[in-house]
Design a protein around this ligand. Structure first.
Ligand SMILES: [Zn+2]
Ligand SMILES: [Zn+2]
Length: 351
């Protein structure tokens, strides 16, 4: 076993602190990764604070992992020591159901194994995530990170990136389409970059006048302030596709009205309470309202390769491991442009 140090929450109301634990030995199909960077996802905070009422403590969050391969098992063919690799939200799945066979492991019918707070299929209890020095993962759930990308700025691609990429690809967003992105945060800023790079005409919707300049810099052709009723009215019926990345309570019907006939709006932000949907708005123009969860392993690799070709990464703020609680507090105020990333060199050597 590999002794490892991470940062863990030990209770819903306790700050994260150093935590010593073991990783499994590198098995035949395993890749052992020395973690260099880990992005800070809003899910990390929900889980650490038990806001979904399913956290098992101690909890080591982190599922936007980038690092170098330190060791590979004898059956590993696709990776070798020294490779830059990534691990996202999943570390295993059943691999037999139709979703797994289709490369959509996030919809595994028996449930995928989450990178942290998941039930380990190697008989080791609960999985521990990327706020740690190292991780051991089956090669089927390890991604290649193009060498041309800054590895720190690439780490948010593993969750924020794929969460926005997957629906844009599934609904075939591309040239000739007018695409709306709702909300400019960790997810939304990736949505803007991807939709632009895929050739769509991109409109960002935000409540913050302070984000207009950034929206344009990140690739939006236009920015609409969603509190401006006049500006919203002008956009009615003009969109082929809208990606809604807002997790807070908000009026989705204001956006459904912006879709043209047969347009689709996809929710990737996850508000806690059910949202009222105007069925009239859907049926008058045969509109669709859908959801989408992260993305499968093949499409995550496709996204990373696309990012390599187009030089796309997240806009990040690097933090030290011991700054995580401050980062969480700032995240709650949406005070981050646009993702915190932990420099794992700042992880203590011992707990
Ligand atoms: Zn995430
Ligand atoms: Zn499955």
């Amino acid at each position: 076993m590999l002794s490892c140090v991470g940062y863990a929450a030990t209770a819903a109301d306790a700050p994260l602190k150093p935590f010593a634990f073991d990783r499994r030995d590198t098995g035949p199909d395993d890749v052992r990764i020395d973690i260099l960077y880990c992005g800070v996802c809003h899910s990390d905070l929900h889980q650490a604070r038990n806001e979904w009422q399913n956290t098992i403590y101690p909890c080591v969050p982190g599922h936007e992992i980038v690092g170098r391969v330190a060791e590979t098992g004898p059956s590993v063919t696709r990776f070798k020591a020294g490779d830059m690799v990534g691990v996202g939200c999943m570390v295993d799945s059943c691999r037999e159901c139709t979703s797994c066979r289709d490369g959509l492991e996030q919809y595994c019918e028996t449930g995928f194994v989450a990178t942290y707070n998941g039930e380990d299929r190697h008989g080791r209890g609960i999985t521990f995530g990327g706020y740690s020095r190292a991780i051991v993962v089956d090669q089927s759930f390890v991604l290649r990170v193009p060498d041309t990308l800054d590895p720190a700025a690439a780490s948010p691609l593993l969750c924020a990136g794929i969460t926005t990429w997957s629906p844009l690809r599934h609904w075939k967003v591309g040239p000739g389409q007018r695409v709306g992105i709702v909300g400019l945060g960790g997810l939304g800023h990736m949505g803007v970059k991807f939709a632009r790079a895929l050739g769509a005409e991109v409109v960002l919707f935000t409540t913050s006048p302070g984000k207009v300049t950034d929206g344009l810099r990140l690739g939006a052709h236009e920015v609409v302030l969603s509190k401006d009723a006049g500006a919203m009215a002008k956009e009615r019926g003009r969109f082929d596709f809208i990606l809604d990345a807002v997790a807070a309570e908000h009026d989705i019907n204001a956006y459904l009205d912006l879709l043209r006939r047969d347009g689709t709006m996809v929710q990737v932000g996850a508000p806690e309470q059910p949202l009222p949907v105007s069925v009239f708005s859907l049926l008058m123009k045969r509109r669709s309202f859908a959801g989408s969860l992260i993305g499968g392993i093949p499409e995550t690799q496709e996204m990373l390769d696309f990012c390599g070709r187009h030089n796309i990464t997240a806009d990040i703020e690097m933090i030290r491991m011991d700054e995580i609680e401050t980062a969480y507090a700032r995240m709650l105020r949406s005070d981050v442009k646009y993702r915190f990333v932990i420099d794992m060199a700042t992880m203590p050597q011992a707990a």
